[in-house]
Design a protein around this ligand. Structure first.
Ligand code: MD3
Ligand code: FE
Length: 202
């Protein structure tokens, strides 16, 4: 069932599709308590993607830099706990890709509206000996991904509602990003794409 992408990276088309309505309910629940917000970057810009998170810690960016925090700076409260349906989906997908015992302490929620994009980057702020699991929901997006060497360039991959990708091993430090979201409609989410990423931060 998992499709090989690169060493350590596996694509599972549609594995979260039947659960998508329940996952979107969980996202609504979390983002009621920790609202989606566009974060400021150390360079003085603002990200187009709306972000929130749940679990013991979540990723934030502000004028001083990037880091994981136990509290949401917007509300001053701890991040919402990770709903069981999210934790178990991540654990199950990791296991199918050969990563047993995956126990994420953080789930980041990204919301893309039409035109929103994410520039090429590496994820370096969490444990690198553990994979990252990503789940796409709603409107399809073009995902760009390369290798850990930036000059190797990128390949394009369309990610649809319910697609899951596991990024571990030598692919954990691959450069990646998301092309501007097209204006499109999905019956579960309207014009929106959500992406969940599960990580181990401590
Ligand atoms: C490859 N999110 O939150 S998910 C991010 O669709 C992020 O919202 C994108 O990049 C999104 O950091 C892409 C796919 C993904 C996530 C993490 C990775 C691919 C990855 C980490 C290493 C290599
Ligand atoms: Fe990333």
């Amino acid at each position: 069932r998992p499709q090989f992408l690169a060493p350590g990276a596996w694509l599972m088309r549609g594995v979260a599709r039947v659960q998508a309505p329940a996952l979107l309910d969980a996202i609504r629940d979390v983002t009621r308590q920790a609202p989606l917000r566009q974060m400021t970057t150390p360079g003085g810009g603002r990200m187009s993607v709306g972000m929130s998170g749940c679990g013991a810690r979540a990723w934030i960016s502000d004028a001083t830099g990037y880091r994981y925090e136990a509290r949401d700076p917007l509300t001053g409260k701890d991040w919402p706990s990770m709903p069981g349906i999210l934790r178990e989906l991540a654990r199950d997908c990791a296991s199918r890709a050969g990563y047993d015992g995956f126990c994420p302490d953080s789930c980041l929620i990204n919301r893309y509206r039409p035109g929103d994009r994410m520039g090429l980057h590496q994820d370096r702020d969490e444990r690198r000996d553990v994979p990252i699991i990503s789940v796409s929901l709603g409107v399809s997006a073009v995902f760009l991904w390369g290798t850990p060497v930036r000059s190797d360039g990128v390949r394009r991959l369309v990610l649809n509602n319910g697609d899951v990708v596991v990024w571990g091993g030598p692919s954990r430090l691959a450069w990646h990003g998301v092309a501007p979201l097209p204006q499109a409609h999905h019956p579960l989410s309207g014009e929106i794409r959500y992406n969940l990423t599960f990580r181990v931060t401590a």
